[in-house]
Design a protein around this ligand. Structure first.
Ligand code: NAP
Length: 300
């Protein structure tokens, strides 16, 4: 079987069009442009490009959007005071602090200072708890993007065997929590494997999966014969395996042996171009939701 490609950029564009309509309605009916501030400390080139892309998308969607640049040597108390200012600002519904922060700043302290209702990355312990309980407004962007790809390409995971490879706080664990939810787009039977799982058991679990979600950070880890015929395979991994002589750019691969796995899967995400393009779009979705929560249109 040659798997169908799940194209993240196409799904992301579709979701952004839906969000644009929602933002237009929030503005017209409630005078409520979603407000997002992205805080950048220093000038790390990768961080600058991520923040620029987030700002560009939020402008395209019609948000009230602020880019707040702070110097590399900003004191921690000053950054915390800035977050407090945005926590109090009724026009700002989402606060994103671009990571990594300089070493003299305690990132955890900074992230935990964000009002959970404005924590559009959904990393705050209050939001992690809300997700486990099943009473939440936002989901962490990368696993939420995986869920959208699954639902829109493959269908509702209800009753399916989902196997998640990896248990990090930003991908694996929230992915498990999302797929476990007793609601549409989830309600699956979920297994999570990790470095504590013996390799033969990892292979055994992967072979059972209707939906296999891989976030291990190990290049081409999942082999063709570990995948069940007809499975939906979501490859979160982004691994740099060299530099192209032609373009001078990094050569990327996922955590899945793409060619071999494509022979057996029914759906597969490519790397790049699968999960990656979804992340910013899900951040925008969270920001729209944060505006609705602030206005009392959605209750948590
Ligand atoms: P991480 O924090 O390094 O976590 C990796 C997880 O995989 C850990 O739980 C680890 O187990 C497990 N693992 C590692 N090697 C394994 C193996 N051989 N067998 C089974 N489990 C194994 O990584 P992450 O932040 O979750 O990211 C995972 C990958 O996704 C990376 O390639 C990253 O670049 C990519 N990523 C992509 C996006 C995107 O937008 N596309 C976003 C985030 C991350 P232990 O817990 O036992 O150590």
């Amino acid at each position: 079987m040659a798997a169908k490609l799940i194209k993240g950029a196409e799904v992301a564009a579709q979701i952004r069009a839906e969000l644009k309509a929602e933002v237009d309605e929030l503005k017209a009916k409630h005078n409520l442009p979603p407000g997002l501030v992205t805080i950048l400390v220093g000038e790390n080139p990768a961080s600058v490009s991520y923040v620029t892309a987030k700002q560009k998308t939020s402008h395209e969607l019609g948000f009230y959007s602020i880019q707040d640049n702070q110097p590399e040597d900003i004191r921690e108390e000053r950054l915390l005071a800035l977050i407090d200012k945005y926590n109090q600002d009724p026009q700002i519904h989402g606060i994103l602090v671009q990571l990594p922060l300089p070493k003299h700043i305690d990132s955890q302290k900074v992230l935990y200072a964000i009002d959970p209702n404005k924590d559009v990355d959904a990393f705050h312990p209050v939001n992690v708890g809300r997700i486990l309980i099943g009473n939440y407004a936002f989901l962490p962007c990368t696993p939420a993007g995986c869920q959208e790809l699954i639902v829109r390409a493959y269908g509702d995971p209800k009753g399916k065997e989902v196997v998640v490879v990896g248990r990090s706080n930003i991908v694996g664990k929230p992915m498990v929590a999302i797929m476990l939810q007793k609601r549409a787009g989830a309600n699956a039977t979920v297994t999570c494997v990790h470095t504590g799982t013996p390799k033969d058991k990892i292979i055994e679990h992967c072979r059972r999966a209707d939906i296999l979600i891989v976030a291990a950070g190990v290049p081409k880890y999942i082999q063709g014969d570990w995948v069940r015929e007809g499975a939906c395979v979501i490859d979160v991994g982004v691994n740099r395996i060299g530099i192209s002589e032609k373009t001078g750019k990094a050569i990327l691969c996922g955590d899945v042996d793409f060619d071999a796995v494509s022979e057996r899967a029914s759906y597969i995400t490519p790397v790049p171009g699968g999960v990656g393009p979804m992340t910013i779009t899900m951040l925008m979705k969270n920001s729209v939701m944060a505006a609705k929560v602030a206005a009392g249109l959605v209750k948590i």
